[in-house]
Ligand binder design. Sequence first.
Ligand code: ADP
Ligand code: ADP
Ligand code: MG
Length: 448
Amino acid sequence: MFTKILVANRGEIAIRVMRAAKELGVKTVAVYSDVDKDAPHVQYADEAFPIGPAQSQLSYLHIPNIINAAVHTGAEAIHPGYGFLSENDHFARVCETWGLVFIGPPATAIQQMGIKAGARRLMEEAGVPVVPGTEGTVTDLEDAKQIAQKIGYPVLVKASFGGGGRGIRIVEDADGLADALERASREAQSAFGQGDVYLEKYLINPRHIEIQVLADKMGHVVTLGERESSLQRRRQKLLEEAPSSGMTPELRSAMSDAARRAALAVDYESAGTLEFLLDQSGAFYFMEMNTRVQVEHACTEVITGVDIVQEQIRIAQGLPLSITQEEVNFSGWSIECRINAEDPDKEFRPSPGQVTVWREPGGPWVRVDAAAQEGYTVQPYYDSLLAKVVTWGRDRDEAMRRMARALDEFRVEGVKTTIGMHQKLMTDEQFRRGDIHINFLAERFKGA
Ligand code: ADP
Ligand code: ADP
Ligand code: MG
């Protein structure tokens, strides 16, 4: 096993990774920007190394500073968490150049899946159903009009390098196409440094269902069932659950087979997630693959008992997966609520500032992955996720009642949070029935 790894991230995911390392007997190095000197992830680590000023471009995204920190502290491997450098194939290659193990998939797999327009073609070749749309990227307005006509309006213009729900535009008719192409491309250029876009049919009120995959260097691929991430605001997830109330055993098996084929098609290694849309007719389509650990991985951990981050570390080390497909057992139901420093009454605007009161829930079957504490200052520079509350129940109803109880215990003052919104959801009749789709939250909450 590695003796020391560096975690190139901050917040709850940095601590999550360090916990996994600690259980494996591996020492951890935190990195931090100037404003994160006293942050919880720095306090948790065995040692810590500064990587620059607050702006992530100059610290958490600054590859030379991160490599320098790893070399200086003698870390043998780097875990990128999610966001930041986790889906940057160039970073994965630079790590290799410096003799550092990148705890994630091979750079080629990141690259193949990262160019979403190209990934669609690859998946079609692998026999995975994809959302109807363009073959590759679109550059010409007349071509785009013809394709859109053929797939039928409304269509989505999507950034090929997009992520985090950005670089996506809905187009209702041919008149709106030119403007949407131009705007999506500009947004993608500024957010991702690359303006390529493609077209996809806009599905009406589908569910977002994803399959968790693990693959080792020996060619073993194991699927850990699905998660449902339909509850989103502005295409960003706010609540997830596993399993999905929209699932049947047949559908689960078909989707898991598709996920396995997808992983094999790119010689995948490590943990990854295949995201699908399930339409109202019961058909499902590949949307994208996240080649990293996801925010909501905990839901799957809770119902399978598999530590996904530990598997990532083991795989990177060259060890086989600790479980076979036959050994994967599902038990009960899990729900995750993302507690963000945002104001649901003001269209989910970020709410930075000092946390004056912080009291986390506890008790039976409640897991809290957090990176805040009393006196902690929520920075405007980074993601607004403060904590994830994850509950387990023998069935969906029990998981929900437990979540309602946990949210009730959670006390945060000083910043606005999404706790109240989640509390309302736990008593929402339609949600309780599992009658949900990707626009459900927008129908319930203004600005979502
Ligand atoms: P990102 O990389 O930003 O996560 P995705 O392709 O995963 O981009 O899409 C983000 C979200 O946008 C999805 O979870 C879904 O809610 C919505 N979405 C994406 N594609 C479609 C589509 N073809 N039709 C309807 N909604 C879609
Ligand atoms: P997940 O896909 O793990 O469910 P999110 O979609 O919320 O979760 O993405 C995880 C984190 O990564 C978020 O902080 C999001 O803003 C960030 N993120 C995702 N894709 C990108 C990207 N391409 N560039 C920058 N940040 C990204
Ligand atoms: Mg996605």
